[in-house]
Design a protein around this ligand. Structure first.
Ligand SMILES: Cc1cc2nc3c(=O)[nH]c(=O)nc-3n(C[C@H](O)[C@H](O)[C@H](O)COP(=O)(O)OP(=O)(O)OC[C@H]3O[C@@H](n4cnc5c(N)ncnc54)[C@H](O)[C@@H]3O)c2cc1C
Length: 579
């Protein structure tokens, strides 16, 4: 076992973790622990853009941005938090620019902006150009920029270290326990402040835009140590994944004018969202697509089922595709053999983004209950966290913004907190628990194969806790997740090597996925209404009287206990959503 001491430890080197590290490292000895080499984090796959009401190409205001965020989230957004997001967005984007991010430019040399779903002028009148972008490589550019700056600030990087546990004594945090992938050795990193920035967990579903590494390690590790998870029933399906593969075709294609069509070549969004059309929020577009397919208007694939639709970008012209969507163009050519300038792209919805996660306040501090009690020295930001800014459905380009705005706030708070922080809690118990668990997984006994458990989980979450949901299917999913977790208790690695043991790594991740799948299914079954991405066939209406509240879920052995947290509605009164 190897011991390290830092003042701040950041788990995760995506946009949110790196931004927090950048700020924390100005005042504290900071380490970033990442299971991936930093610039391989999923943030690097973000294509479309980052929103801010700069008003560079047409009039825009932070207040409109905040309103769109609240309405897009079907009013489950904490409105005070949406105001912070929209107001701090402008400075956040200029900060990125000043740090060297190469944004696309207008002819006058300003940062260019394009349209994205749900972003409107004057409280819903018409689409507005709010997304700042670097071609279709915005996330890649953010990661490169922040990584360089962290190196400059002398942040210590622990690359390819898998965090498996957190050190908690009551509500005081003391560090993390990690496995070094190159050696299989256990490391204890003690620190007065720990921030989780481990990203999403789309891998609980079968068809997803998320990278293989997106297994929700942070939320699962914390849930097993008694931290609640918030709003886990809300998982976003992005309308345009590449048919059957789920690889993302950015909303930027529709932002630039791309159109969704059914098997009659009809622009069907005219019937579902007459004002915003193809740029309605993602939950609505994904549902419209599934409805078209269910009504027999899907397009026939090689499996003889009418199960996809067309995204038509042929009218955009080769020049726009080349300068504004070069990576998308090449994905489509590589994976489908289709030239988007010549033929429409076969698409189908893909599991994309976790609105729920580790509950935090606006400084990234982890919240322990519905009354706002806080953990000490424990922080979370980015997709693994839930600062309640995306509500029941996130708008496109608001996640990259969330990383930067709240990553910055958390980093600043950590530096401040460390000035008077108590000594970190002792790590011996957590380290021993991690050691014992890994010894069990590698004890050479025969057990079921983790791969089958993973497949069953992914298929069931896709079919029974997917875009459309109903009580019966979700109860079935809850029972299945419970029994898969029991089967997991018997799994063993086949490969007992110490160095880069991917077999072991996959089993560690599978446990996290199973825990999050169970919490997601229980939280979804419990919410008896339809709101944002949570669409129930047995409760088709939104019910503000009964359900305008956040869910908190505690993992307690085989069961999940639920409670609630109020929603801040201090600015706008909740209204029905029309677009
Ligand atoms: C294909 C795609 C395109 C997208 N496009 C956009 C877009 O255009 N605009 C937008 O706003 N949003 C977009 N999103 C969403 C957005 O990119 C993500 O929500 C965001 O990048 C997540 O950033 P993060 O910092 O939270 O985590 P990530 O970037 O996912 O990074 C997670 C980090 O945690 C580390 N980690 C995880 N588990 C462990 C562990 N156990 N131990 C140690 N380290 C660990 C990883 O190594 C990694 O460094 C897109 C998402 C996808 C999948």
């Amino acid at each position: 076992m190897v011991n390290h001491e830092f003042e701040a430890v950041i788990v995760g080197a995506g946009g949110s973790g790196l931004y927090a590290a950048l700020e924390a490292s100005k005042g504290a000895r900071t380490a970033v622990v990442s299971k991936l080499y930093p610039i391989r984090s999923h943030t690097g796959a973000a294509q479309g853009g980052i929103s801010a009401a700069l008003g560079n190409v047409e009039e825009d205001k932070p207040e409109w941005h905040a309103f769109d965020t609240v309405k897009g989230g079907d009013y489950l957004v904490d409105q005070n938090v949406a105001m912070i997001l929209a107001e701090e967005a402008v400075q956040a984007v200029y900060d990125l620019e000043n740090r060297g991010l190469p944004f696309n430019r207008t002819p006058e040399g300003r940062i260019d902006q394009r349209r994205f779903g749900g972003h409107t002028r004057n409280f819903g009148e018409a689409p507005v150009r709010r997304a700042c972008y670097a071609a279709d490589r915005t996330g890649h550019m953010i990661l490169q920029t922040l990584y360089q700056q962290c190196i400059k600030n002398e942040v210590s990087f622990f690359d390819e270290f898998q965090v498996v546990d957190v050190i908690l004594e009551g509500r005081r945090c003391g560090g993390v326990v990690a496995v070094e992938l190159a050696t299989g050795e256990i490391h204890v990193l003690r620190a007065k402040a720990v921030l989780f920035a481990t990203g999403g967990f789309g891998r609980i579903f079968k068809v997803t835009s998320n990278a293989y590494a997106n297994t929700g390690d942070g939320p699962a590790v914390l849930a097993r140590r008694g931290v609640p998870l918030e709003d886990m029933e809300f998982f976003q399906f992005h309308p345009t994944g590449i048919y059957r593969l789920g690889i993302l075709i950015s909303e930027a294609v529709r932002g630039e004018g791309g159109i969704l069509r059914n098997n009659e070549d009809e622009r069907f969004m005219e019937r579902y969202a007459p004002t915003l059309l193809d740029l309605a929020p993602r939950d609505m577009v994904a549902r419209a697509m599934l409805t078209e397919i269910r009504e027999g208007k899907g397009i026939r694939g090689d499996r003889k089922i009418d199960d996809y639709l067309h995204l038509d970008a042929t009218h955009l012209g080769r020049e726009t595709l080349k300068t504004k969507l070069p990576d998308i163009t090449s994905f489509v050519q590589t994976y489908l053999g289709v030239d988007p300038a010549e033929a429409p792209i076969p698409v189908q919805p893909t599991a994309h983004y976790a609105m729920g996660g580790i509950p935090t306040d606006t400084h990234g501090r982890v919240v322990a209950d519905g009354q706002g009690t806080l953990y000490e020295g424990l922080y979370a930001v980015g997709e693994c966290a839930c600062v309640s800014v995306h509500g029941a459905n996130r708008l496109g380009t608001n996640s990259l913004l969330d990383l930067v705005v709240f990553g910055r706030r958390a980093g600043i708070h950590i530096a401040e907190y460390l000035k008077n922080a108590p000594e970190p809690a002792d790590g011996a118990e957590a380290a021993e628990a991690a050691q014992r668990w890994i010894e069990t997984l590698t004890d050479g006994k025969k057990g079921p194969h983790g791969g089958y458990i993973r497949e069953e989980m992914q298929e069931m979450m896709m079919s029974d806790v997917g875009i459309y949901r109903n009580g019966e299917a979700m109860q079935r999913a809850v029972e299945t997740m419970k029994s898969l977790r029991q089967r997991y208790a018997e799994v063993r690695v086949q490969d007992t090597a110490k160095q880069f043991n991917t077999d072991l790594l996959e089993l560690i991740e599978l446990r996290n996925l199973l825990d999050l799948a169970l919490i997601t299914a229980v939280s979804a079954e419990n919410r008896k209404e339809s709101r944002g991405a949570h669409a129930r066939e047995d409760y088709p209406d939104r019910d503000d009287e009964g359900w305008l509240k956040h869910t908190l879920a505690w993992l307690e052995g085989d069961e999940v206990r639920l409670d609630y947290k109020p929603v801040d509605t201090s600015v706008w009164e909740p209204k029905p959503r029309t677009y």
